[in-house]
Design a protein around this ligand. Structure first.
Ligand SMILES: C=C1C[C@]23C[C@H]1CC[C@H]2[C@@]12CCC[C@@](C)(C(=O)O1)[C@H]2[C@@H]3C(=O)O
Ligand SMILES: O=C(O)CCC(=O)C(=O)O
Ligand SMILES: [Fe+2]
Length: 340
């Protein structure tokens, strides 16, 4: 059992600016086992304005669990602003960022290493900033006289991402025969049922030896859907029978990936894609918006009006909270624990 000091150390990132080599504690032997993308190994590109988009999205969810989305309506300027805010935040001196450090055992918000880090003994080449709702309390600590600009951008971004995620959720639920009318939190403007929506700003500092370490260890997201913005490559997905391969970002497109809750709701039909991040000699930022149900929501394949002939539910019903707690302890094994 870790002492409180040890636990605390686990949320403090490395002072990346000062290291010339990858320390042993950051060495992931499997980091370089990616494959080159070849024929048939491209993540679909879908235009949301295409009348066929719902069909294409459904197919992408069944085959990949991830796709690149154009025509999403998020202004390029807002995406650029978000990238600049990431740069402004993560370029702050380490002792300044430390003021907004996530508190151990507390709510998962603020500055620090990846929340899943506690499940791995090898450290990830990463620092992050987690936001749920308003960012004001932490932004004040980072920029005591100048926090409003950051907060306004974050609010605007979350509002637009939420609207887009709801649009996508409508498409997914329609494909799964789940009536959105029965989901009482859907479209709730106050999101009063608890802070489960989250925005994660990720920074992967320039790495002197990129093939030896990982930015984020393999994981699936604890979300319905995750909307990811990243200007440079680094994200990889795992495809059965193929291995790890790169998702190339497109200018202006967002990367959309499904999370575990959609796998449960779809009774396994839609893929909650396993992904990881490799690092580069250059700085990389990303912003991930996690669209998640309120913690008291009961997630079950039986919400669907049509499991298909002879189909039985593969997963038992769990609240979002119950599942998140299982995930925090068991990561990938969480699924086997809810399998019927
Ligand atoms: C809303 C969420 C979703 C979280 C937990 C919580 C806040 C931060 C998210 C991430 C972001 C980084 C990868 C991940 C795996 C992690 O370590 O923290 C994500 C995790 C999850 O999808 O499970
Ligand atoms: O940085 C990326 O490309 C992916 C980030 C990610 O997977 C996450 O925040 O959950
Ligand atoms: Fe992720």
């Amino acid at each position: 059992m870790a002492t409180p000091e040890e636990a605390y150390k686990r949320i403090i990132p490395l002072d990346f600016g000062s290291v010339q080599t990858v320390p042993d504690s950051f060495v992931w032997p499997q980091a370089s086992d990616g494959v080159q993308s070849g024929d048939g190994l491209t993540i679909p590109i879908i235009d949301l304005m295409d009348p066929n988009a719902p069909q294409l999205i459904t197919e992408a969810c069944e085959t990949w669990g991830i796709f690149r989305l154009k025509g999403h309506g998020i202004a390029t300027k807002l995406m650029e602003d978000m990238e600049s805010e990431c740069e402004r935040l993560f370029s702050l001196p380490t002792d300044q960022k430390m003021k907004a450090l996530r508190s151990p055992g507390g709510r998962m918000i603020g500055y620090g290493i990846a929340p899943i880090q506690s499940l791995f003994s090898t450290t990830m080449w990463h620092e992050g900033f987690t936001i749920m709702g308003s960012a004001i309390d932490h932004a004040r600590l980072l920029w005591p006289n100048d926090y409003q600009g950051f907060c306004d951008k974050i609010d605007d971004y979350q509002k637009q991402m939420k609207a887009l995620a709801e649009k996508l959720m409508r498409i997914l639920f329609k494909a799964l025969n789940i009536p959105v009318e029965e989901v009482n939190w859907f479209d709730d403007p106050t999101n009063s049922s608890g802070c489960s929506l989250a925005l994660q700003l990720n920074s992967y500092p320039p790495c002197p030896d990129p093939t030896r370490t990982l930015g984020l260890a393999p994981h699936t997201d604890t979300s319905i859907v995750t909307l990811l913005q990243a200007q440079t490559s680094g994200l990889q997905v795992f495809k059965d029978g193929v291995g790890w391969f790169a998702v190339q970002p497109l200018p202006d497109a967002l990367i959309v990936n499904l999370g575990d809750f959609t796998r449960i709701l779809s009774n396994g039909r839609f893929i909650s894609v396993l992904h990881r991040v490799v690092v580069k000699p250059i700085q990389r930022y990303s912003a991930a918006y996690f669209f998640r149900p309120p913690m008291d929501f009961a997630v079950s394949p039986l919400l669907s009006k049509d499991l298909g002939p002879g189909q039985v539910p593969r997963f038992r019903c769990v609240t979002a909270k119950e599942y998140s707690d299982l995930k925090a302890k068991h990561l990938d094994e969480a699924f086997s624990l809810i399998e019927n």
